[in-house]
Design a protein around this ligand. Structure first.
Ligand code: URA
Length: 233
């Protein structure tokens, strides 16, 4: 890590020395105005490289920031295309996800895979992650303080990927991203803006497994998503 202050102080010192050598008549040093201007440009902070998903995963480390750490087997960070145009955000890992360290690999995940395929994409083309990265005990809903502790990592993931679309799966994902307490039944079926990303809330696949009659609504949402997605191409 470059200490920017020390770096610019060193540059100022070099410039000062070059100027005094030139004034004293020393030769062999390039003290021309273009050279000194070049030194000035070195001193300007380079554009910060945007952080990558790997940087964020490294920062998450062996996270102990909330009580969910105590019961987890694996952190479930996220998987898929780091340059995805579409990100699916679920609630939190279940049993299978906790065991495998991958999101949506259990029964709800199999349904999500079918939903992704129904919109003519595959899991490798999209990115899949969750609001919280560790399994809540007994698959309970994540608590507000757990969500608040984990959300900055999701925000950073989305800032790193910069997708055009997020599909928020279920109440917790939709309410967290949209900062609302409105029920998913009211939120679904239209796009919202989140950090310049179009967010489409829909029912969670696990809810669909229990309420298959709601698949029709999800299909309507997915058709809307597919239409917008193909318009962005
Ligand atoms: N449910 C979720 O919300 N996320 C998963 O990863 C699996 C099931």
């Amino acid at each position: 890590m470059i200490d920017k202050l020390a770096f610019s102080e060193a540059l100022a010192e070099i410039k000062h020395t070059l100027r005094s050598l030139a004034v004293k008549g020393y030769r062999g040093f390039d003290c021309s105005a273009p050279s000194l201007a070049k030194l000035d440009r070195w001193g300007q902070a380079p554009a910060e490289a945007p952080e990558t998903l790997d940087d964020i995963r490294t920062d998450l480390g062996d996270c102990q920031r909330c009580r969910l750490a105590a019961g987890r087997t694996n952190i479930v960070f996220g998987t898929g295309n780091s340059r995805a145009k579409l990100v699916f955000v679920g609630e939190g890992p279940g049993f299978e996800e906790d065991q495998q360290g991958e999101p949506f690999v259990g029964p709800a995940g199999q349904l999500l895979t079918k939903i992704i395929e129904a919109i003519q994409l595959d899991r490798e083309q999209v990115y899949i992650c969750n609001i919280v990265k560790c399994r809540p005990p007994g698959n309970r809903n994540p608590l507000l303080d757990e969500i608040e502790t984990c959300s900055p990592f999701l925000e950073r993931q989305l800032a790193a990927i910069r997708p055009d679309f997020v599909c928020a799966l279920g109440t917790i994902a939709a309410q967290t991203l949209l900062k609302t307490t409105a029920p998913i039944s009211r939120l679904r079926g239209r796009f919202y803006d989140y950090m310049g990303i179009k967010v489409l809330p829909t029912y969670h696949p696990a809810y669909l497994l229990r309420n298959p009659e709601k698949k029709r609504d999800v299909w309507e949402d997915m058709k809307m998503l597919m239409k917008e997605f193909n318009n962005e191409k």
